[in-house]
Design a protein around this ligand. Structure first.
Ligand code: UD1
Ligand code: CA
Length: 457
């Protein structure tokens, strides 16, 4: 049914209130540009055609769409003449969709990322028979600034913009989200009839309602929750939407079988995947590109991005896992460890205070407290291989490129600069010498110095 919907996404706006060099629709929510959220929702509906209208900073917005949503078509609105004009920028796509026998077109906004696919599908379902247009509205206690939906006898008769509304019309609290679904059949005809005779001198998409009715068609208003319709105009609104998004995601994650002890303190990205029966302690941040396996435990205060953690693993507390990290089944990474681009094989342990970067740690290896892979020479990064079953003594520095053989042993406090063969013991530190009674001499000398200083005062 939704196979034949054309989605038109308006992303031409300027977003000057963001006070940013980045186009508004590319500001991120949960690690993904606002526009990406909308395009992902459309993708999830298996819509066969998407048109994105760009305008301001079109090059940047187009580059993002081409990279992440290659199937979407790009159209340019040269001047910001209003929402009605913006949709007409895609008139070629509308015509083609019509010719291809598609039935519906929906209009969405690149800066309204929380709209749900179910709401769009509900609107699509209302288009049949004489119904030419469905509008998504919402009830709000703060209607100022929005277009008002004027409903008579259950039919939507007009949308009145705030600036054109009478005092009576301004009292209406049912508002226009901007999101609409058209029957493709009459869409171009309706859009082309829109003029700019109004308080703002703009081509209002909202005029489509009255035009459709003049053509003897019916228009339907559907109500969705206000939160689905929120748009972003400034950074405060962006943060507010981030909060709403996180709340949704936390709920979804818990319902899917993950325990969050303090959900309000866990932050997810748009693509975070967490397996069933995983346990997430308080204050954990998931950057983009993270998957956590079933029954894994993420202890408090971890920062994790670009990492795959396999099932039954335990991470943290206070661990930082950076991009390119892969922890195999049952892995253990303990407190104050930083890992980057590191593959930790099954049963290997890195329990305390380590930096492991550009490294491979073989199965059942034990990396002692304070082990550092010295992976950077100031210009280039080098690889460290820590063999299966090896034991790296505490406070060792492994200077890459280096290979520690399987089953090898590195004495604590070593600075290892040469490869260690399998099953060898490497000790690379000053040899210990004990000088009998020498501590007493040192104490006596220090005491004498202290007494001399006090006498001089
Ligand atoms: C619009 C609606 C209003 C609704 C509100 C919801 C119209 C005439 N009014 O008002 O009824 O309550 O949204 O937020 O449609 N855009 C373009 N090109 C343009 C003009 C706008 O791409 O020429 C894009 C903007 O970037 C933005 C969206 O369309 O994403 C809405 O435009 P905006 O000017 O913010 O509309 P509002 O005045 O808020
Ligand atoms: Ca406007």
């Amino acid at each position: 049914m939704s196979q034949d919907v054309l989605a038109i996404v308006l992303a031409a706006g300027q977003g000057s209130r963001m006070k940013s060099n980045t186009p508004k629709v590319l500001h991120k929510l949960a690690g993904q540009p606002l526009l990406g959220h909308v395009l992902s929702t459309i993708e999830s509906m298996k819509t066969c055609k998407t048109a994105v209208i760009v305008g301001n900073q079109a090059e940047l917005v187009s580059a993002y769409v081409e990279a992440d949503f290659g199937d979407a078509e790009l159209y340019t609105q040269r001047e910001q003449l209003g929402t009605g004009d913006a949709v007409l920028a895609a008139s070629k796509a509308i015509k083609q969709a019509q010719d291809a026998g598609m039935s519906h077109a929906m209009v969405l906004y690149g800066d309204c990322p929380l709209i749900k696919a179910e709401s769009l599908k509900a609107a699509i379902r209302t288009i049949e028979g004489d119904v030419a247009l469905a509008v998504l509205g919402f009830e709000t206690s703060t209607p100022t600034g929005y277009g008002r939906l004027l409903v008579e006898n259950g039919e939507l008769v007009a949308i009145r913009e705030e600036k054109d509304a009478s005092d009576e019309e301004r009292k209406v609290t049912l508002c226009n989200s901007g999101i609409m679904v058209f029957a493709l059949e009459n869409m171009l005809e309706i859009l082309r009839a829109i003029d700019c005779q109004n308080a703002q001198g703009e081509y209002y998409l909202t005029d489509a309602v009255e035009i459709a009715r003049q053509k003897g068609k019916q228009v339907i208003a559907l109500t969705v929750d206000e939160s689905e319709t929120f748009g972003v105009n400034d950074r405060a609104q962006l943060a507010h939407l981030e909060n709403l998004w996180q709340e949704r995601k936390r709920h979804e994650v818990m319902i899917s079988g993950v325990t969050l002890i303090a959900p309000q303190s866990v932050w997810f990205s748009y693509d975070t995947e967490i397996g069933r029966d995983a346990l997430i302690e308080p204050n954990v941040y998931f950057g983009t590109g993270v998957s956590i396996g079933a029954e894994a435990t993420i202890l408090a205060h971890c920062h994790i991005e670009g990492t795959d953690v396999a099932k039954f693993s335990t991470i943290g507390p206070f661990a930082r896992l950076r991009p390119g990290t892969k922890i195999d089944e049952g892995g253990k990474v303990g407190n104050f460890c930083e890992l980057k681009n590191a593959h930790i094989e099954k049963g290997a342990k890195i329990n305390h205070l380590s930096y492991i970067g550009d490294a491979f740690v073989g199965t059942k290896a034990n990396v002692g407290a304070g082990t550092i892979t010295c992976n950077y020479d100031g210009m280039n990064k080098h690889h460290t291989n820590i063999g299966a079953g090896s034991f790296i003594g505490s406070n060792s520095a492994l200077v890459a490129p280096i290979n520690i053989g399987a089953g090898a042993y590195v004495g604590s406090g070593s600075t290892v600069t040469d490869d260690v063969p399998d099953n060898a013991l490497a000790i690379a530190r000053g040899r210990q010498i004990n000088k009998d009674g020498r501590a007493e001499d040192i104490r006596a000398r220090n005491l004498a110095q202290k007494q001399k200083r006090q006498a001089e005062k």
